[in-house]
Design a protein around this ligand. Structure first.
Ligand code: GCO
Length: 255
């Protein structure tokens, strides 16, 4: 019955940065709802291990190794999908990096590196995906934002700027591609237990701050984002576009 609205059977989802962390959890979640998933990363060995793990669990998994900051590699990957008859129905722009340094000490090259990896990548990959979704009249793009899409924190300026940009890129995609039948939305995770956050998790002061600041009094687990991703990837959200949904234990709603 209504659960069919959430089924992803027959759909193919490309999730960038999905050999581990949040991307892996998004891939597992979408595959669990029936999608064929394309895992992406730069480390081919790690990608194959993740793909084989998921295949052993019965999922339909392809891999596409490319660097999300390399436009030529991105275009080659999409041309490869075209050649193999693989149509990307769902794109999760998840890949990203963090670089923590006070702005007074931040080199311009590091600023650019973070913006390229977290924001420009989502534009380029989104454009390549949408160019192919538009003629089919259907597509779902899910960009991964952050609490820093709304709020700044000292030492992560370029990440904050990129994630604020992700929120507005999502609206720009919704504005331009809605008439082609594409919905673009974003997920804004709170503080999650991932490798990227290892330095924060192991810092007692930071850990205490996250727990005090989050109404649910704990960090989030990557798999707790899967439901929001399935919703935004599925027919259940067919008239939802341009939104950013915070899955953050309530953090962004309180002082
Ligand atoms: C940081 C973290 C971020 C946060 C995220 C919360 O350094 O601030 O690495 O990625 O986890 O911004 O939404």
């Amino acid at each position: 019955m209504s659960l069919k609205l959430f089924a992803l059977t027959g759909r193919t989802a490309l999730i960038t940065g999905s050999s581990r962390g949040l991307g892996r959890a998004f891939a597992e979640g979408l595959a669990g709802a029936g999608a064929r998933v394309i895992l992406n990363g730069v480390d081919v060995a790690r990608l194959e291990i993740a793909a084989n793990d998921m295949r052993a669990a019965g999922h339909d998994v392809l891999t596409a190794a490319f660097d999300v900051t390399d436009e030529t590699a991105i275009i080659n990957a999409f041309e490869g999908f075209d050649a193999e008859g693989v149509a990307v129905d769902i794109l999760v722009n998840n890949a990203g990096i963090q670089f923590r340094k006070p702005m007074l000490e931040l080199a311009t090259a590091d600023w650019r590196r973070v913006i390229e990896a977290n924001l420009t990548s989502a534009f380029v990959i989104g454009r390549e995906a949408a160019r192919r979704m538009a003629p089919r009249g259907r597509g779902k793009i899910i960009n991964i934002g952050s609490l820093t899409s709304e709020l700044a924190r000292a030492t992560v300026a370029p990440y904050t700027v990129a994630k604020g940009g992700i929120k507005m890129l999502t609206k720009a995609m919704a504005a331009e591609w809605g008439e082609a039948g594409i919905q673009a939305n974003a997920i804004g995770p709170g503080y999650m237990v991932t490798d990227m956050n290892e330095a924060l998790l192991s810092n007692p002061d930071f850990d205490g701050w996250v727990k005090a600041r989050t109404p649910m009094r704990r960090w989030g687990l990557p798999e707790e984002l899967a439901g929001t991703a399935i919703y935004l990837a599925s027919d259940a959200s067919n008239y939802v576009s341009g939104q950013i949904i915070y899955a953050d234990g309530g953090m962004i709603s309180v002082l």
